[in-house]
Design a binder for this molecule. Structure first.
Ligand code: ADP
Ligand code: NA
Length: 332
């Protein structure tokens, strides 16, 4: 009974990585191009759950919008906006803070990772982050959320919040949203350590490929990526104990829009000395034009602001009646 509608967001908390591109943005573009109704957000309110320099936050907000646009999001077809410009996110987030349980938040692995042993010093916002994320999604009655693997648990929590709200108020108001975690690169790993996720929130990892990197930098980083001395096997099964090799094959597959096994059908039996140059060519071919376009867009910040303002107005037109109805259900 709910219309197919896609929502997803990315935090403007640092430079976009290849992980964000393959695990999220590239798939956002695919969904837009399939003609689905799509809303994509710069989630600045999530970014400030850890301190952000105000000028850097403003720049990163525009840069993320530029990344969306450069990768192929079309502001006439997708609604592109900045979370804080739609205050209904915070309003619904508060209601969900009253629906969600402390124990649910305590079980979130991202909370445990990010707060670490020093949970007493973490912001209350960081703890409540998944509740605001549920509001981001459910404010639009979104049915599908394309994300990387690391966000699966948060989308499941969104379903728990929707189900509890529906149950507490005896309504069938919020959809049980599905995470959409597909493709070859749902978890891109660090190029220097195959056991760690490539993340924009980890500035110490100089091996990560950024969406703003130029062709030479992309090539250099791939050439330096950690590998092993074995030739590539014929199927992915043979890479079970070779995380760095597996990661590079998956990156190739995602960039080439192939399955990893199709990549190995081409490269099985070959050494990294042959595979890496092919990956360099492919990555430069696919990524360098995006970074060039991002740089061009960043020269006109007023135009980016105009696009985000237009998107916020369209987002609010969907959000307002849903929030009003929510208030009504709650008795406010
Ligand atoms: P980050 O973890 O890089 O700070 P966010 O938390 O803002 O990024 O996540 C933005 C989107 O990018 C989410 O859908 C997330 O699952 C996806 N994503 C982040 N890192 C990766 C990765 N290494 N591989 C695949 N997807 C990723
Ligand atoms: Na993340």
């Amino acid at each position: 009974t709910f219309k197919h509608r896609v929502f997803s967001g990315i935090q403007p908390s640092g430079g976009l990585t290849l992980g964000n591109y393959l695990g999220a943005i590239k798939r956002f573009v695919d969904m837009q191009d399939q003609g689905i109704e799509t809303l994509y957000c710069v989630v600045d309110m999530h970014a400030i759950t850890v301190w952000q320099d105000p000028e850097a936050l403003r720049r990163q907000t525009r840069e993320l919008a530029a990344g969306y646009l450069a990768a192929g999001l079309n502001p006439d077809r997708s609604i592109l906006f900045n979370q804080s410009q739609v205050p209904e996110h915070a309003q619904l987030g508060w209601i969900f803070n009253c629906v969600a349980r402390m124990g649910w938040m305590n079980r979130m692995t991202q909370w445990k990772d990010k707060a670490g042993k020093n949970a007493e010093k973490a912001s209350l916002g960081l703890f409540a982050y998944p509740s605001l994320m549920a509001a981001d999604i459910l404010l639009y009655h979104a049915t599908h959320v394309p994300v990387g693997e690391d966000q699966k648990q948060h989308v499941e929590l969104t379903r728990d919040i929707a189900a509890k709200f529906n149950n507490d108020y005896d309504v069938a108001f919020f959809p049980l949203t599905e995470p959409v975690i597909e493709g070859a690169a749902t978890r891109v790993m660090s190029l220097r350590d195959g056991s760690k996720k490539m993340s924009k929130s980890d500035p110490s990892d100089m091996s990560r490929i950024n969406m703003t990197d130029d062709a030479d930098t992309i090539a250099k980083k791939i050439r330096k990526a950690k590998t092993d001395p074995e030739p590539l096997p014929d199927t992915m099964k043979g890479l079970d104990d070779r995380p760095e090799a597996r990661n590079l094959v998956r990156i190739y597959a995602a960039l080439a829009e192939m399955t990893p096994d199709q990549v190995l059908a081409d490269f099985g039996g070959q050494q990294f000395s042959a595979f890496k140059p092919a990956l360099v060519d492919l990555a430069v071919d696919k990524l360098a034009p995006i970074s060039t376009e991002m740089a061009r867009l960043m020269q006109d910040p007023a135009e980016i602001d105009r696009i985000l303002a237009g998107g916020a107005a369209r987002a609010r037109a969907i959000a307002t009646p849903i929030l009003e109805r929510t208030y009504d259900i709650v008795g406010m």
